[in-house]
Structures are given as structure tokens and as C-alpha cells.
Design a protein around this ligand. Structure first.
Ligand code: ADP
Ligand code: MG
Length: 347
């Protein structure tokens, strides 16, 4: 029969065996990492010292029934949350096991943050709309000039809400499809040209000139044309919004991308605008993350564009690189594999 300490060491969670005399009999290496190696032989109260944990061990010892508790613990690297289970043993004593449930809490927290963000983003324009409706019904009822002006603002705010809903639906779709391989084949050159034409008027109004190079010949990649178009439209739109005078869009065939280790197409969108502090770069693709929320909202942004871009690129097994020099400009580089990607790189 294997000795119990070898058995406990083989279980991939912290385990502590407490005897009928309330002293720690044994702790496996993962438990020693948490409570120190001096725990063995000591009373569990002095060895473990987590109030919630002590309560549940006491219940298990005295009432001879399984007890559970949830408690936070700060480890060397991060704080996490454990679910403790104290199970009474047939011959007396208790086996305490600890399950790290930090990731479950993180996911829950992320969902709560997301709901809070969405609510906030929707409430701002909604509050404005309700306010103007009130004014139009009351004080401004017979003021034709004010009515015109207020209706203009209301249209802007309603447009903001509509864009937010559009981007949320789009994000939710690409997130749910992220693990499904895209169907079809698309011509990147044609899609970039089309995005550039669509955004031409927006760029002209902002005083920005769009320069496209490398789009003469078709460049076919396996991919969903609607989604790929969203990538280019979002990046070019950002370059126009946060750029200054010129936006350069270069497309090139790559024989073998060093990171993807496959033939690829490289699309670069470059501007000479405000740039991005390196501090922010790694977080730009998070939902609702903006360097300057005020400016982003003023320009009609939802803060979801790059999150959508990132998910679409992941789905197509490509990669996104962001390089920027504050005050000089930014470049967003998308690399998409040209051939079907091997299954072992999925997921
Ligand atoms: N070309 C760019 N130059 C400078 N900052 C940029 C650029 N593109 C994106 N950003 C920053 O990244 C943030 C997130 O972009 P995005 O997700 O598209 O949201 P939005 O455009 O709605 O603000 C923007 O708010 C902006 O701060
Ligand atoms: Mg954007």
C-alpha cells in the first residue's frame, strides 16, 4: 500500500490532514507552499490562521460533518480565492482540501464589469435624450429654433446608442464564432480598397488623405469577407480619427511570416497622428478601453472597435501588432495566413 504522504503529494491541490487531537498530521507540498512547512505537528488554529477556514475545520471535527468555506489568500504571485472542503475521516480527524476558484471569480468579475460598462455607455445618451424630450414638451415647445437644435442633438445621441448596439452585437457574434473556422475565400486587396472608398468622405471631412499601396493584384486568404472588411474599416477609421494629415495603407504578400510560420498577407495602417503611450498599447484591444474616453466619445467611438478587430484576427489565426510613438503616429499591422492553418494551431 502506498504511504499516505505519497498519495497526498500526488493530488494536484493543497491538502492538510488534521488528527483527532486537532493537530496537523500531514500537509502535501502544495499546502506547505500556502501555510509554510512548519505547520505539521501544530494545532490547526496556529498553523492555518484563516478565520473562515478554522470555522469549517471546527465544524468538521466537532459535528463530524463535511463543511465548506470560501476565503481569499494572498500568494507569492497573486491573490486568489480558495474553496475549502473539510471532510471528517472515519477514524477521527479531518482532511482539508483547497480548490483554487480564483478564475471563476475573475470571470464573474469581468462579466459584472462588462455589464456595468455597457449600462453606463447606454445611460449617458439616454439621459440626454430624456432631458431633451422633457425640454421640448415644456419650455421649448413654441421655440422653433431651439426645437431644431435639440432635435439635432437628439439624433446624435440616438446615433451613438445605435452604434453601441451595433458594435455589441458584432462583438458578441465574433466572440461566439471565434472557435469556428471561417468559411470562404476573400480578396484582401479588394476589401481594403472597398474600406478605403467607404471611408473616403469621412477622411476628406477630417482633412486626412488616404494612400493605398499594394492593392493592384488580388491577394486571396481563407476568410469571411464581412469580418475582414470590419478589421480594415475599424483600423482605417481609427487612423483617420486619431491621425493628422495622412494615412498610409500598405498591403504586401509575405512568403513566410516568422511568427505564424506560414505564407501570409500583411496589411499595415499607418498614421502621423497623436500616437499612443506604450503604457496603453497592450490594453487597447480590451472592450471599452480608450486612452482618452472623452475624445473617443466626441468622435463617435464606442471603444469596442479594436476588441472586435482582435477577435476577428484570432478567428482567422492571424496576428495584430501595434507600434506607436507618442506625438508622431501609430502603425497597426495585421498578418493573415494565406493558406489554411494546420489544426494543431487551433484553439
Ligand atoms: N490610430 C490610433 N492612434 C492613436 N490612438 C488610437 C488609434 N487607434 C486606436 N487608438 C486608441 O485606442 C482606443 C480604442 O480604439 P477602439 O477600440 O477602436 O475604440 P474607439 O475608436 O471607439 O475609441 C481609442 O479610444 C484610442 O484611444
Ligand atoms: Mg475605433
Amino acid at each position: 500500500m502506498t504511504d499516505p504522504s505519497a498519495l497526498m503529494a500526488a493530488v494536484p491541490m493543497p491538502l492538510v490532514l488534521i488528527g483527532g487531537d486537532a493537530r496537523v498530521v500531514m500537509a502535501n507540498p502544495l499546502a506547505e507552499e500556502l501555510f509554510g512547512s512548519a505547520a505539521v505537528g501544530r494545532h490547526y488554529i496556529t498553523a492555518l490562521r484563516q478565520p473562515a477556514l478554522l470555522d469549517c475545520i471546527e465544524t468538521a471535527l466537532k459535528q463530524v460533518k463535511t463543511a465548506q468555506a470560501r476565503f481569499p489568500l494572498r500568494g507569492a504571485l497573486r491573490e486568489t480565492i480558495f474553496l475549502a472542503n473539510a471532510a471528517p475521516l472515519a477514524g477521527g480527524g479531518v482532511l482539508l482540501s483547497l480548490d483554487d476558484v480564483g478564475h471563476v471569480h475573475e470571470a464573474g468579475q469581468m462579466r459584472r464589469d462588462f455589464v456595468a460598462n455597457v449600462s453606463h455607455e447606454l445611460r449617458t445618451p439616454l439621459t440626454a435624450l430624456l432631458g431633451f424630450i422633457e425640454t421640448l414638451r415644456g419650455p421649448a415647445r413654441d421655440d422653433a429654433a431651439a426645437r431644431e437644435r435639440f432635435l439635432g442633438i437628439m439624433a446624435t445621441e440616438a446615433g451613438r446608442m445605435s452604434r453601441l448596439i451595433r458594435d455589441l452585437l458584432s462583438l458578441s457574434r465574433v466572440e461566439s464564432e471565434e472557435r469556428m473556422r471561417p468559411q470562404g475565400r476573400s480578396d484582401v486587396a479588394a476589401l481594403v480598397t472597398s474600406a478605403t472608398m467607404t471611408l473616403g468622405p469621412v477622411a476628406a471631412e477630417a482633412g486626412v488623405t488616404l494612400h493605398v499601396s499594394g492593392a493592384q493584384d488580388a491577394l486571396i486568404v481563407p476568410g469571411d469577407a464581412d469580418q475582414l472588411l470590419q478589421i480594415f474599416a475599424n483600423l482605417i477609421e481609427n487612423a483617420v480619427k486619431y491621425g493628422r494629415t495622412d494615412v498610409f495603407i500598405d498591403i504586401a504578400r509575405v512568403e513566410r511570416d516568422p511568427v505564424l510560420r506560414a505564407p501570409a498577407v500583411r496589411i499595415e495602417v499607418r498614421d502621423n497622428g497623436i500616437g499612443i503611450d506604450p503604457l496603453h498599447v497592450p490594453r487597447l484591444t480590451e472592450r471599452f478601453y480608450r486612452v482618452d474616453s472623452h475624445r473617443s466619445r466626441e468622435m463617435g467611438g464606442t471603444g469596442l472597435g479594436l476588441a472586435i478587430v482582435k477577435h476577428i484576427i484570432n478567428r482567422h489565426r492571424g496576428r495584430l501588432r501595434i507600434e506607436s510613438t507618442p506625438g508622431q503616429g501609430s502603425r497597426f499591422i495585421v498578418v493573415l495566413p494565406r493558406g489554411p492553418v494546420a489544426d494543431d494551431s487551433q484553439g
